[in-house]
Design a binder for this molecule. Structure first.
Ligand SMILES: *Cc1c(COP(=O)(O)O)cnc(C)c1O
Length: 265
């Protein structure tokens, strides 16, 4: 994305299924070359949840560097305390753990991010942080362009539901669902991601039995369920089970029972 916007950037990768380590971030930031770094909180393709608490300790050593976090598939399913973690810009989207239709993006940004944006020419139009920030301050939360009001009404409704479940309760439910899937996967297959950094919102499973993932998903579809094949180069080598948003542990059990019935009975 940075390159598409002609922002000079370097890409640092870890092996798929491994987490981004705080040490790697420390090494990279210590070069003094960077104004900003961005990481993905929850790797939707591999089922890794990166260690943001350890990363926060490292990020704290570099107060001049803006820290951006992609929390698209984790926000709403697990605790993300942006201020405690030192995250300057945290972005998410409606269609994953928040359980709404796709089409609106939500972010928080720090005062530091706003100050730093002032040094950036060509900030674009629709997503110019400064323009948006100025506008919502002056105009009583108006927005400079016409927003997706239908999403905003849906979000208002959904946030009330989330609060009535309770944040801790919601996060615990996600963990409970994750544990059901992990336990099943360890018994029947193998987990793809590093055991120390498993995602609470989806599980990526190694297809070590060589099952036909598309055929499984088709039969699941007939029964009212759906899982995901592996992403990109992991297609057919892995498959993924999402356990996020409004799903319940009972529904996850029902899904796993159906998979067992299709594959093993
Ligand atoms: C789904 C996802 C995205 C992409 O979101 P879009 O709204 O489809 O652009 C980005 N990052 C992560 C971690 C995701 O899971």
């Amino acid at each position: 994305m940075a390159e598409n916007n002609r922002v000079p950037a370097d890409l640092f990768e870890v092996d798929w299924g491994k987490a981004v380590s705080a040490t790697l971030i420390d090494e990279v930031l210590a070069t003094g070359k960077y104004d900003l770094f961005t990481i993905t909180h929850n790797e939707t393709s591999t089922g890794v949840m990166n260690p943001v608490i350890e990363i926060a300790e490292v990020a704290g050593k570099y107060p001049d560097i803006v820290y951006c976090l992609d929390a698209v598939s984790s926000m709403g399913g697990t605790k993300i305390e942006v201020d405690k973690l030192g995250v300057d810009i945290c972005i998410t989207s409606t269609q994953k753990a928040l359980g709404l239709p796709p089409g609106m993006s939500v972010c928080s940004f720090s005062r530091k991010a706003i100050e730093r944006a002032k040094n950036v020419p060509h900030r674009g139009y629709y997503l110019d942080l400064l323009a948006i920030y100025d506008y919502i301050q002056k105009k009583d939360y108006q927005y400079p362009s016409t927003p997706s009001l239908s999403h905003m009404f849906a979000m208002d409704y959904q946030l009330d539901r989330i609060l009535s479940e309770g944040l801790e309760g919601r996060f615990t439910r996600h963990l409970d669902m994750a544990e059901l899937v992990r336990e099943w996967a360890r018994e029947k297959f193998e987990l793809f991601a590093d055991e120390k950094h498993l995602s609470n919102t989806l599980t990526c499973i190694s297809n070590n039995r060589g099952i036909d993932v598309a055929a499984l998903n088709k039969e699941l579809g007939n029964r009212g369920f759906q899982i995901s094949n592996g992403y990109g180069k992991l297609k057919d080598k892995t498959f993924r089970i999402a356990h996020m948003a409004e799903r319940s542990p009972d529904e996850i059990k029902e899904l796993l029972d159906n998979i067992d019935d299709i594959l093993f009975s």
